[in-house]
Design a protein around this ligand. Structure first.
Ligand code: R5P
Length: 328
């Protein structure tokens, strides 16, 4: 047989990532691997596999979203369990990679936790990693094992292409300089202009968006970002685009939506008319107050196809041939 692992593949999931993992398994036409995570009264985590994995090509799907530390430890323990049960190969499928934004020392005496998380994931037993829209492409290099880096861009592209005519005069906006490359590719593919916002981060939850480079007056704007965390970035930018720039409509598109702290209140009060996110992080009802403005796209087919290709030693970049690829 072609592919890795003489007995085929198995996909397991962490507690908080089961809804996405089930969709991925549907795409793969596989049952979700039989395993249970339980928590001891003192908070320690136990993972128990209820099926044989000896010699198999195993995938563990787990987003290290909130509660970040708990999910990260569950991922370590899952991989340790698989390793000790003689899995042939273990791929950590991390649709959302928490700690990804602490990827450099931007001041003295601070850690680089993205690198620390990469070291620990590898040490715990991962042979490879499959991730979606890492905060920065160079995080791939923090791992000394192969990393397949996917992007949700084709999913967004399909969504907006099917509405392109209705949208009319369109400008794609990058809410900060970090996301310009992605916004520029999207602008080309959606036949739109590009504008960039100058953003300064004041603290973990406060940003100041001060200037718009480009013209958005009277236009529909789609703002692409990798993540909506506290909502500061997109809400400040939306206010600037409408109040100073004269944009007629602001749509926000972001792959990951932890939407923590003040995010929901901020989004509710913002002039953003539509928020398009993906299911890399489970919402668990916390976005209900903004559900009339929310659309959740699925990355399950993308992940399913990538897992299929990894198992059969097929190309991953072939999945992005006709669309925008991941950040480089
Ligand atoms: C920043 O570099 C990121 O791309 C996001 O813009 C940012 O992390 C979003 O965080 P928040 O929603 O808290 O402003």
């Amino acid at each position: 047989m072609s592919g890795h692992g003489s007995n085929g593949m198995q996909v397991f999931a962490g507690r908080h990532s089961k809804p996405l993992a089930r969709l991925v398994c549907e795409r793969l036409n596989l049952p979700l691997g039989d395993a249970k995570t339980s928590v001891f009264p003192d908070g320690e985590i136990l993972v128990k596999l209820d099926e044989d994995v000896r010699g198999r090509d195993c995938f563990v799907l787990l987003s290290t979203c909130q509660p970040v530390n708990e999910n990260l430890v569950e991922l370590f323990i899952f991989m340790d369990t698989l390793k000790r049960a003689s899995a042939d190969r273990i791929t950590a499928v991390i649709p959302y990679f928490g700690y990804g934004r602490q990827d450099r020392k931007d001041t003295g005496r601070v850690p680089i936790t993205a690198k620390l998380a990469a070291n620990l994931i590898t040490k715990a037993g991962a042979d490879r990693v499959l991730a979606v829209d890492l905060h920065a492409a160079q995080i791939q290099g923090f791992f000394d094992i192969p990393v397949d880096h996917l992007t949700a861009a084709p999913v967004f592209l399909d969504h907006f292409r099917s509405r392109r005519e209705e949208i009319g005069d369109l400008c794609i906006v990058s809410p900060d300089v970090g996301n310009v490359k992605v916004a520029e590719k999207m602008a080309n593919l959606l036949d739109a202009d590009l504008a960039i916002i100058n953003k300064r981060r004041v603290s973990g939850s406060e940003v100041v968006s001060s200037h718009i480079i480009g013209s958005v007056s009277g236009r529909t704007v789609i703002m692409f970002d990798d993540i909506i965390s506290t909502g500061g970035t997109v809400c400040q930018a939306a206010k600037l685009l409408v109040e100073d720039g004269g944009a007629s409509r602001v749509i926000v598109a972001a792959t990951h939506a932890p939407m923590v702290g003040p995010a929901i209140e901020r989004l509710k009060a913002s002039p953003i008319s539509s928020i398009v996110i993906t299911n890399t992080i489970p919402l668990d009802g916390r976005a209900d107050p903004i559900k009339d403005r929310l659309e959740v796209l699925s990355v399950s087919n993308l992940l399913g196809d990538a897992i299929h290709n990894i198992h059969h030693d097929l190309s991953i970049s072939a999945l992005f041939r006709d669309a925008v690829g991941p950040k480089r």
